[in-house]
Write a protein that binds this ligand. Structure first.
Ligand code: HEM
Length: 452
């Protein structure tokens, strides 16, 4: 197909004024997935005067993210985050992003992963005991709040070598969640006033930025004063040592702050949500749960997990992969077309915004048998996954820099929990999806936890 033979795609049915804004606002994970499934992998829709494309075709998504990536860049949705997290890896693109990505990549080396296993295992041991006590006292634990606590403690330790105690966890965790909420609100609101206008939304954005900065700046200042502190073999330390390939310059304080904030914001809620869904699924699938517990107990045999144990937990990994397929924390990725393109026979004009529906690809009946069923064995070595139909951490140049970090952390935590806890649902009512920035559960998930 050449540029001249392209076809204009019809827009799906919508309200005359607002277009599909209401459906997007209410079901931002489901709506793009459903229309694109129905329309053969790509569907056009409208939000007010703006036209967008939803994509669930693995081939089209690959074209946008990989083979024609130079025709697309991150859309305005990511730039909104700048007001809080500054110019970090997640909110930039182009040469500035590439330079930064190269500088930061060494922070995710194997040594970091080893320290991460220690930190996650220690946090999980503590939390397992806590869950047993809380459950005995109150009848259940709220797994969504608890996995957030767990993820925050782990990332605090690995990123900054800091213990995020209860007081800080509450304030800082709330500020990170508030960031995600405000970014989504600003991205989906019909009118976006400039940030210097003191609306209540804008004021909240500035306050949140202040809470994050007030927590992180002292850590950075302290590190500048003691650059070679023995105790600090953490990610911040690696970032302070990062050098530009060409001129050998180090990151300045603002860059350090922006990147530290970015790693917190992108790594905390995503991991916490994924863990919450995984425990929810396990609690409701008895035989899979029993197999998981058996694997963890056999491998650990009462020990704390080490980095080398992780590869001996294949079923635990499959469980996690399957949970990330069903509930990918990052469910849509938005890209803006900067040079005209053609996807199949649909012409994509410069300026169009495309939503790659990771949720839609992961649950597409075209690629998965019984897509809504929880079947970890899909990921067993003897089974085949179709190419480009599974990527909770994205594909292409913006592939998640923390993917290995997240998998290492979550497998370690699951290994500890699986070897120590019995988990049973406190109720069997359905739990829906409340898609915000991440794909969160629609309500609290209460589990009864006892020692195994
Ligand atoms: C289950 C956990 C996680 C999931 C599902 C996830 C998913 C993703 C996805 C889909 C992207 C691509 C976004 C886009 O370009 O549109 C991304 C990017 C990113 N993630 Fe993650 N992530 C997770 C955990 C983490 C962790 C633990 C960290 C850091 C410690 C992290 C840091 C980042 C950063 C900095 C980027 C931007 C990368 C770039 O553009 O160069 N993520 N993540």
């Amino acid at each position: 197909m050449t540029m001249n033979q392209d076809v204009k795609k019809d827009t799906v049915a919508s309200h005359w004024l607002t277009g599909n804004a209401r459906q997007m606002w209410n079901h931002p994970h489901q709506f793009p997935a459903e229309i694109a499934w129905r329309e053969g992998g790509i569907a056009k829709f409208r939000m007010l005067h703006k036209y967008l494309y939803a994509i669930t075709s693995a081939d089209f998504a690959r074209q946008v993210l990989v083979t024609h990536h130079e025709r697309y860049e991150r859309s305005f949705q990511y730039k909104t985050g700048r007001a809080v997290i500054g110019d970090g890896l997640l909110s930039t693109d182009g040469p500035a992003w590439l330079k930064r990505r190269r500088e930061i990549l060494p922070a995710f080396k194997t040594n970091t992963m080893r320290r991460l296993v220690e930190a996650s295992a220690a946090a999980a041991m503590e939390i397992a005991d806590r869950w047993v006590t809380v459950s005995a006292q109150t009848g259940s634990v709220d797994i969504v709040a608890e996995t957030q606590r767990l993820a925050l403690i782990t990332i605090g330790k690995t990123l900054l070598s800091t213990e995020i105690d209860d007081g800080h966890a509450a304030d800082f965790g709330a500020a990170v969640r508030e960031t995600l909420y405000l970014v989504r609100q600003r991205n989906t609101s019909l009118v976006r006033l400039p940030l210097w206008i003191p609306t209540s939304g804008n004021n909240r954005i500035h306050r949140t930025r202040q809470v994050l900065d007030e927590f992180l700046v002292p850590h950075i200042e302290q590190r500048r004063l003691q650059p070679n502190s023995e105790a600090a073999q953490d990610i911040l330390q690696t970032l302070t040592q990062a050098r530009d390939r060409e001129n050998g310059e180090a990151l300045d304080d603002q860059a350090l702050l922006d990147e530290t904030k970015t790693l917190f914001v992108s790594g905390f809620e995503t991991t916490a949500t994924a863990l919450a869904w995984t425990l929810f699924l396990l609690s409701r699938h008895k035989s899979i749960k029993a197999q998981w517990q058996q694997e963890c107990r056999e491998v650990l045999n009462g020990r704390v997990p080490t980095f080398d144990d992780l590869e001996r937990l294949p079923f635990t990994k499959q469980i996690l992969q399957e949970a990330l397929r069903l509930y990918p924390p990052v469910y849509n990725m938005a890209r803006e077309c900067i040079t005209d393109d053609i996807l199949g026979n649909t012409r994509i004009k410069k300026g169009s915004v495309l939503l790659i529906s990771i949720y839609g690809i992961h649950r597409s009946p075209a690629y998965w048998e019984n897509p809504d069923e929880f079947r970890p064995e899909r990921f067993a070595r003897e089974n085949t996954i179709l190419p480009n139909t599974y990527y909770p951490f994205a594909i292409g140049k913006h592939v998640c820099i923390g993917a290995q970090f997240a998998m290492t952390e979550m497998i370690t935590i699951l290994a500890v929990l699986g070897s120590r806890l019995q988990i049973v649902p406190a109720d069997l009512e359905p739990v829906g999806i409340r898609a915000q920035i991440t794909l969160a559960p629609s309500r609290e998930i209460l589990l009864r936890t006892t020692a195994l």
